[in-house]
Design a protein around this ligand. Structure first.
Ligand code: SAM
Length: 292
């Protein structure tokens, strides 16, 4: 291929020729730095048999590089204006399927069946629209289909919360819920200058190896999510106080919670951010037993 799309001059030209104003509300910051694209591709360790799902191809810079390394790329773009541009830019890559869809509304199970993906290695690689990072992440981590790996560009501050360990300032509900289901690593930090237009925040590339099973068995995903969010709701309060809100602050509940704390060897002045994933799972199991 003579031209790579993800280059500052080429990107400016494509925007100009198509009278396209990037839409802030859709998180449109286009990557135009080949070095950063290489970092994403390297983090994804793509092989010639991999299937890749890309969320938000934009004008196709990353899509083009993905198509060179993978067997097949499915790219989901919500902005209808970009579809003709993508079709033109990516005309030389028959292994790209463009879909004008809101990824959050995609029925993954149905998509797997329609495209016979059952026995394939599927990875998600994307420079995310930052305004929906968390919903996309939760959708992918709880997907009813087997995903092997995610490589996602996101706001650096969110990336730091995802990888944070107990005791760290950024450790919270997001860290716990993500680390339950994946092995997560921040592979590269990325400056605003890598994009056109430049976002106002620093970015980072994060790689998630999806575990076959959650690290610890969880009976009810929804319930566990609610528990974790309740435990970290007010980070400056003690675990005890946050949990009293969660179970209801009557005297009966206090007694039961007291028992749970004893069983888990927890002090009253401990804060949620000191608890490991294993300790939180144990605590949740105990609470579910005592508060049936
Ligand atoms: N992949 C391109 C790149 O790296 O230059 C563009 C990335 S840009 C940060 C995010 C893209 O996601 C935009 O093209 C935007 O229109 C698209 N987008 C926003 N919300 C979306 C959604 N719900 N479903 C699919 N695409 C979405």
């Amino acid at each position: 291929e003579k031209f790579d799309i993800a280059d500052p001059l080429r990107t400016q030209l494509i925007l100009k020729e198509n009278h396209l104003r990037p839409q802030k509300s859709l998180g449109q910051n286009f990557l135009c730095t080949p070095q950063v694209l290489n970092q994403i591709i390297a983090s994804a360790q793509l092989t010639a048999t991999d299937i890749v799902l890309e969320i938000g191809p934009g004008i196709g810079g990353l899509t083009q590089q993905l198509a060179k390394s993978a067997a097949q790329v499915f790219a989901f773009e919500i902005d209808q204006r970009l579809l003709p541009i993508l079709k033109t830019n990516l005309a030389n890559y028959p292994n790209i399927t463009l879909l004008n869809l809101d990824f959050l509304k995609l029925d993954l199970q149905q998509f797997w069946q329609q495209n016979r993906l059952t026995d394939r290695q599927v990875k998600v690689v994307a420079n995310l629209p930052y305004y929906i990072t968390t919903p996309i992440l939760f959708k992918l981590l709880a997907a009813p289909v087997p995903l092997q790996q995610l490589v996602l560009m996101m706001q650096k501050e969110v990336a730091e919360r995802l990888i944070a360990q107990p005791g760290h300032r950024a450790y919270g509900a997001l860290s716990v819920l993500v680390q339950l289901r994946s092995q997560v690593t921040l592979t590269h930090e990325v400056a605003p200058q890598a994009f056109i237009p430049q976002p106002r925040v620093d970015s980072a590339i994060v790689s998630f190896d999806i575990l076959k099973q959650p690290r610890y068995p969880i009976a009810d995903d929804r319930q566990f999510q609610k528990f974790v969010q309740a435990v970290f709701r007010q980070k400056r309060k003690t675990l005890w106080n946050n949990l009293l809100k969660y179970v209801g602050a009557g005297s009966k509940q206090k007694q039961l919670l007291e028992q749970v704390f004893q069983n888990c060897h927890l002090e009253h002045n401990i804060r949620a951010e000191q608890l490991s994933l294993a300790a939180l799972v144990q605590l949740n199991n105990q609470i579910n037993q005592y508060f049936k």
